[in-house]
Design a protein around this ligand. Structure first.
Ligand code: ZN
Length: 160
């Protein structure tokens, strides 16, 4: 990776950190999921309004380091207006990217998220970037199972 590419990635992450997307609370939500990343102290609450098959709106409330907040902001931007299947595919692709699987593919218009690849140079930060996406996947699972109990908080520590 060249240093200019590094700078570009840093700019994208800082931009999301300074003005996170998806900060507006939702009137109603049918996905609610909490996540924590104890190794850094990041906390996230994610809610989404799903109509039929489409994620119509999403609210991401993340308190933590720049990487976790930026990653949550990218998530909010990426999933709004997409189908549940697309959202799941994107979240799984991001998880693969952060785990270093080079074949993971994202839709072209989501190039901001590519900047998270740079986080892999700092293994301790990978969980910060992962937090929003594993929390989203957990929320999707809950919706699928139509569980009404939203009380469990998932942790990056419990997943590999
Ligand atoms: Zn963090």
């Amino acid at each position: 990776m060249t240093s200019s590419l590094d700078d570009m990635y840093r700019e994208v992450i800082l931009d999301h950190y300074r003005s996170p997307r998806g900060r507006k609370p939702l009137d109603k939500a049918n996905i609610l999921s909490d996540g924590i990343n104890p190794s850094c102290g990041d906390e996230i609450t994610l809610s989404a309004q799903v109509n039929g098959d489409i994620v119509e709106d999403i609210h991401v409330d993340c308190k933590g380091c720049a990487i976790s907040v930026a990653s949550g902001s990218m998530l909010a931007e990426a999933v709004k207006g997409r189908s549940l299947d697309e959202v799941r595919q994107i979240a799984q692709a991001v998880r693969k990217i952060l785990k270093g699987e080079e074949d993971a593919k994202l839709p072209e218009e989501l190039e901001d998220i590519e900047s998270l690849r740079g986080v892999r140079q700092f293994p301790v930060r990978v969980k910060c970037a992962l937090l929003a996406w594993v929390t989203l996947l957990e929320g999707l699972d809950k919706l699928e199972k139509s569980q009404t109990d939203n009380s469990d908080t998932i942790s990056t520590e419990e997943k590999d």
